[in-house]
Design a protein around this ligand. Structure first.
Ligand SMILES: Nc1nc2c(c(=O)[nH]1)N[C@H]1C(S)=C(S)[C@@H](COP(=O)(O)OP(=O)(O)OC[C@H]3O[C@@H](n4cnc5c(=O)[nH]c(N)nc54)[C@H](O)[C@@H]3O)O[C@H]1N2
Ligand SMILES: Nc1nc2c(c(=O)[nH]1)N[C@H]1C(S)=C(S)[C@@H](COP(=O)(O)OP(=O)(O)OC[C@H]3O[C@@H](n4cnc5c(=O)[nH]c(N)nc54)[C@H](O)[C@@H]3O)O[C@H]1N2
Ligand SMILES: [Mo]
Length: 824
């Protein structure tokens, strides 16, 4: 989230795409309802009519995976109708920056494509640079070489009619949505899995960024691009790099071609190096010195050739290369796609540790129906874990609000908190290495690990917050003092911080995540003294973008300068005090550098250009002061600087925009032919969409063991549109066989008008739905839909395409064979 939950009340319009917020983020509804009571409009774009659709003013039924076609048309309309905020675009985005002349796009491919490697060379995705090595700028947005005009050209193909042909949303409704969203400001976007679980997941979300930047909706109350995060602490987990692709604080994880900190810095920039040095100081303390590159050599390096994501791990296990797997708080034998492959891979592990509340399908994979346990040699250890109310620590929510949770009860039996388990395992491993003289064991012997059992979680949080490592009189800190925020952090090892974004959570020695002060002086829902948000307790990210060139709050406008919404003060430059002040923590690099300085103009200090990126150019900010080392390096999506529509891997139709590029060109699938078949429309004529239900939680082990919830939704089902069910002779309650190229399940049918058939090009495309919350363990058992889903993933994020694959559907008694819809 760029904004936060309470801030939803400030929105005048909601575009909810790929999110069922009413069922999956129930507490958001009170803010959405409050906004609606104040006249806000809600637009819901979803293949299935659900409880979110029920409260929407406009419901648009979309074919799964077609969002970029629809959003491309919105972007086109916003530009062509002059609804964009020209002043904001010029000031706060890279709209004016000149793109290299050799950048091109044709037949579905951007310039630089290497088909043999499924890869782009990004050399042409760059700016024309001025003499100062910074991006050259056009005088106005009409310059055909500027980013804004490249954007306009790119989306010229996305007419509402083309978008209708691809997505199934009528062109007239697309125009209505564009106008409603563009002319009501501020507007917010809420999204979740319907947008991310696709092989175009990253670019789906990029569309939202582009749209919101065009409309000037970022950095303001009631605006933003708001990811509704899933698992309770998934935001915190990502911040701390419980991910394969990022290191802590969203730096790139070091790879084997970067053995030194100097090499890594060349690729990542000196700003990120400063964060990493603070981290290394937290991990290795006094051992980390400038002379030994702060022990960077001790950090394990990834192989840049290997895939460490879930599917990559599955592949390695299958190939016998991954021998020991330790699963904490995950149930992949229900929730990973293409389960047959996962099951076979697990059977090849030598050792499996599952740290869990229950004996899940994962812990018991060898007991799965049809599996011969005697043929499996894997040794399985089940460690009993404490549940959330049985332990203390922080949870970071979607709005980056870090809240302390207290233990309510003691864990039962021998169950322990995950932190206690990790602490004990580390101490025992360290003891095993105590006598070793092998240099590779030094990090295990030397890591700082001195948490006290009685204050374990808070000791870790203090380490994360960071400390002065030496006396810092200029900052009023003595060696050992806790730092008070990111502005206390030094770049040279004189401070430590386990995660720079969290520096200040323990300011003044107080655990600010425990704050529960409900005062809100601005009335904007900022609640500045309630718990704590990163960075530096900022509630609205990029809030400098709410101000104009003079640093004063600016109204929302269209391209002609007509005011669409008044300025709402969040922060501003105070010329008398000579600093940025406001209701929120100013999201600026230096509090005392005003609008007359380059830094004081940067609304997007996290991007090397300092502005929002409509076009995701490859770019390094050259000004680090070190020869050949950039200060900051831009993130460049693997699949293009502008979002482009591609069909899902299993799709019912050909790509209407470019037959030469059906699917995401940088995606290699299948990776293992035998286990990753791709279904054809002739055999699997319907589109399967999967999601969760309000009454269960994800893989279901925590909810399928609760009798009351099982009464509400006792088993999985397939939901079918009425005309399809009639054609197949299926009634509600009938046992139905659903199959894909990868597997087959039998579930009961529910025939509803919530599911629809969409006209896509020359074809009627029928969409069916199955929830993914079941498995063979627990009080309520049932078929796992992930037997059917495809394990293709987004090439950038690695997210599985579990929102769309092709299936066949038939009555399980075989009385009536399914028939594919004929092309008309
Ligand atoms: N009660 C409950 N709450 C939960 C969870 C739970 O299991 N139960 N899970 C938690 C977790 S981990 C997560 S990640 C979140 C998930 O929260 P959501 O993302 O809301 O979860 P889903 O219901 O999977 O998917 C959202 C919507 O996307 C739609 N959709 C599917 N494909 C497409 C598409 O291609 N385009 C568009 N526009 N829409 C599409 C689906 O119909 C669905 O309504 O919820 C969290 N909250
Ligand atoms: N087809 C399909 N598949 C999907 C999705 C989809 O929409 N469609 N959604 C995907 C999404 S968004 C997600 S997040 C994943 C979820 O996938 P999983 O993470 O595998 O699902 P959960 O059921 O949440 O699994 C969490 C497990 O942790 C255990 N647990 C709970 N609390 C604790 C704790 O404090 N400590 C420990 N050690 N264990 C604990 C629970 O008992 C549970 O078994 O599923 C994904 N899979
Ligand atoms: Mo999730």
């Amino acid at each position: 989230m760029t904004n936060h939950w309470d801030d939803l009340k400030n929105a005048k319009v909601f575009l909810i795409g790929g999110s069922n917020v009413a069922e999956n983020h129930v507490m958001a509804m009170k803010w959405i309802r409050q906004a609606q009571a104040n006249g806000a409009k809600v637009i819901h774009v979803d293949p299935r009519y659900n409880r979110t659709s029920a409260i929407a003013d406009i419901f648009a039924c979309i074919r799964p995976g077609a969002d970029i076609a629809f959003l491309g048309a919105l972007i086109r309309l916003v530009i062509e109708q002059g609804w964009y905020d020209a002043e904001y675009v010029k000031l706060h985005t890279n709209g004016l920056m000149l793109v290299r002349d050799d950048f091109a796009f044709s037949d579905g491919h951007f310039s630089g494509f290497d088909g043999a490697k499924y890869k782009y060379d990004t050399a042409t995705w760059r700016y024309q640079l001025g003499e100062d090595q910074r991006p050259a700028k056009a005088a106005d947005l009409d310059d055909p070489r500027c980013v804004f005009q490249k954007l306009r050209q790119h989306y010229a193909r996305y007419t509402p009619e083309m978008a209708e042909r691809i997505s199934g949303i009528p062109a007239k409704q697309i125009a209505e949505i564009a106008e409603t969203f563009a002319l009501n400001r501020p507007g917010t976007i809420l999204y979740a899995l319907g947008m991310t679980q696709h092989t175009t997941g990253v670019q789906n979300i990029r569309c939202y960024g582009v749209l919101q930047l065009l409309l000037g909706n970022i950095g303001k109350p009631g605006g933003g691009v708001n990811a509704l995060r899933g698992e309770p602490n998934v935001q915190g987990a990502c911040d701390f790099s419980v991910l394969n692709n990022y290191w802590f604080g969203y730096c790139d994880y070091p790879v084997h071609t970067q053995p030194t900190l100097a090499a890594w810095t060349k690729a990542m920039g000196t700003i990120n190096r400063a964060m990493v040095i603070n981290g290394l100081k937290a991990w290795f303390g006094e051992r980390a010195t400038p002379e030994n590159e702060f022990c960077f050599g001790w950090v394990p390096k990834k192989s840049s050739k290997k895939d460490y994501a879930l599917v990559g791990m599955t592949e390695d296990a299958y190939a016998g290369k991954l021998k020991l797997l330790w699963v904490l708080g995950q149930n992949p034998l229900v929730t990973n796609p293409n389960l047959r492959y996962v099951r076979e891979a697990f059977a090849k592990l030598e050792f499996l540790v599952v740290q869990e509340l229950w004996e899940t399908e994962t812990a018991a994979f060898w007991q799965a129906p049809g599996v011969d346990a005697k043929a499996i040699a894997t040794e399985v250890i089940l460690l009993p874990a404490a549940y959330f109310m049985e332990k203390e620590g922080t949870v970071t929510n979607s709005g980056a609000l870090v809240q302390w949770r207290y233990a309510g009860v003691q864990p039962p039996g021998s169950a322990r908190s995950d932190l206690q388990v990790i602490d004990e395992v580390f101490r025992r491993v360290r003891a095993l290495y105590a006598q070793s003289t092998d240099p590779k064991d030094a990090p295990i012997q030397q890591a700082v690990w001195d948490y006290k059992p009685e204050s374990l979680a808070e000791d870790v949080l203090k380490e994360i917050n960071g400390r002065a490592c030496v006396d810092l009189p200029a900052k009023g800190l003595e060696a050992g003092d806790l730092v008070r925020g990111t502005r206390d952090l030094e770049v040279d090892g004189r401070t430590s911080s386990g995660l720079w974004m969290y520096a200040g959570i323990f300011a003044g020695g107080q655990n600010l995540s425990k704050r529960r002060d409900k005062s809100d002086p601005s009335g904007l829902g900022l609640y500045p003294k309630y718990a704590w948000t990163w960075p530096d307790n900022t509630r609205i990210l990029y809030n400098r973008a709410s101000c104009d060139a003079q640093g004063q709050p600016m109204p929302a406008r269209d391209a002609k300068g007509n005011i669409l919404a008044p300025a709402v003060p969040v922060i501003a430059w105070d010329a008398t005090q000579k600093k940025w002040v406001g209701h929120d923590t100013p999201d600026v690099r230096y509090l005392d550098k005003g609008p007359d300085t380059p830094e004081g103009q940067m609304a997007f200090r996290q991007s090397p250009e300092g502005v929002g990126r409509l076009f995701a150019a490859a770019y390094e900010d050259p000004y680090s002061g070190e020869e050949g080392v950039p200060r900051d390096v831009a993130y460049v999506p693997k699949d293009g600087p502008l979002p482009e529509f591609y069909e899902p891997i299993e799709s019912p139709v050909a790509n209407a925009l470019h037959p030469g590029a059906q699917c995401n060109p940088v995606l290699k699938y299948p990776r293992v032919e035998a286990l990753q078949p791709i279904g054809k429309i002739e055999d699997y004529p319907y589109v399967l969409m999967t999601s969760t239900v309000a009454e269960h939680w994800c893989g279901g082990s925590t909810t399928r063991n609760v009798k009351w919830l099982n009464e509400l939704v006792p088993e999985p089902m397939i939901e079918l549109p009425v005309p399809l069910a009639a054609r197949l002779g299926i009634k509600t309650g009938d046992l139905t066989r659903v199959s894909s190229a990868r597997g087959e399940i039998v579930v009961k049918a529910v025939v509803t008008r919530r599911m629809r058939s969409l006209r896509i090009g020359e074809r009627d495309v029928e969409i069916v739905w199955v929830p993914y919350n079941w498995g063979f363990k627990g009080l309520s058992t049932g078929a796992s839909v992930n037997e059917l889903t495809i394990d293709a993933v987004d090439p950038g994020a690695g997210t599985q395409e579990t929102k769309v694959c092709l299936v066949q559907v038939a009555r399980a008694d075989g009385a009536q064979a399914a028939r594919a819809p004929e092309a008309r």
